[in-house]
Design a protein around this ligand. Structure first.
Ligand code: ATP
Ligand code: MG
Length: 225
């Protein structure tokens, strides 16, 4: 997205900002598909051609080459799974919010150098699907920011059922976030979190955590059953 367009994002109507956010998400996936996946597949194809064209003389060398290719193929499969999950979190439909959030925290812990702890209290019964999706997307962006900006090695995710509300808190113990400065950046993550929270009826608070890192809290009101 052009810098000028990004800078204007915060001045646009909420609907238009959301469209820009969605467009930026698609660009991110397209970039990853193009720059990463297609190149890795092309390299793998070249290696396979070489293997067929001039096969190794010894059995151990064969084994070695095949093992390496096998592990690259497995990496590609798990990265494709991660990317498809970013596009549409099927876990949410299959497992429900609490289990999907727990599983996502484990996935981030496994795949990055940030260890994400998860706790839940008073789980609510069934939640509207748009509330689940909004919370899950906010969680994804908040953790992406922890990994990308905080320098923290740990993060804590809490999901709390309250009387007539559900609350999600994501905190880290990194360098902290200067919210006024952060708003001036060209990123769309904070805007997208705000828009998603607003669409399901509430604002989001982004500020310092007790340990000096960053803290994102969203509390979504629920209709009494
Ligand atoms: N957990 C965090 N710790 C420290 N700084 C943060 C944290 N989260 C956000 N920031 C700061 O806030 C800025 C804005 O975040 P935002 O998510 O909007 O943009 P981005 O992550 O830079 O880009 P994008 O989300 O579009 O990929 C970041 O550039 C960073 O300086
Ligand atoms: Mg971001």
């Amino acid at each position: 997205m052009a810098d000028r367009q990004r800078l204007e994002t915060t001045e646009r109507a909420p609907g238009a900002r959301m469209l820009l956010v969605l467009d930026e998400e698609r660009r991110r996936v397209a970039r990853e598909l193009h720059a990463d996946f297609s190149q890795r597949l092309a390299l793998l194809a070249i290696d396979l051609e070489q293997l067929a064209g001039s096969p190794p003389k010894s059995r151990p060398e064969w084994d070695d080459r095949l093992r390496t290719m096998c592990s690259r193929t497995q990496d590609l499969a798990s990265d494709a799974h991660r990317l498809s999950h970013q596009l549409h979190p099927s876990n949410l439909e299959n497992l429900g919010l609490v289990a999907a959030v727990r599983s996502y925290c484990r996935e981030i812990t496994r795949q990055t150098n940030v260890a994400v702890g998860f706790s839940e209290a008073n789980p609510s019964g069934s939640l509207p699907s748009e509330v689940q999706l909004a919370l899950y997307r906010i969680l994804q962006e908040a953790l992406r920011n922890v990994i990308k900006h905080s320098g923290s090695k740990t993060a804590q995710v809490e999901l709390k059922g309250e009387a007539n509300a559900i609350c999600l808190v994501v905190s880290d113990s990194g360098k902290g976030i200067a919210v006024e400065v952060a708003k001036e950046t060209s990123g769309l993550g904070l805007v997208s979190m705000q828009e998603r929270a607003r669409l399901v009826g509430d604002a989001i608070s982004i500020g310092p955590s007790p340990s000096g890192g960053a803290r994102v809290e969203v509390r979504i009101p629920l209709e009494p059953i």
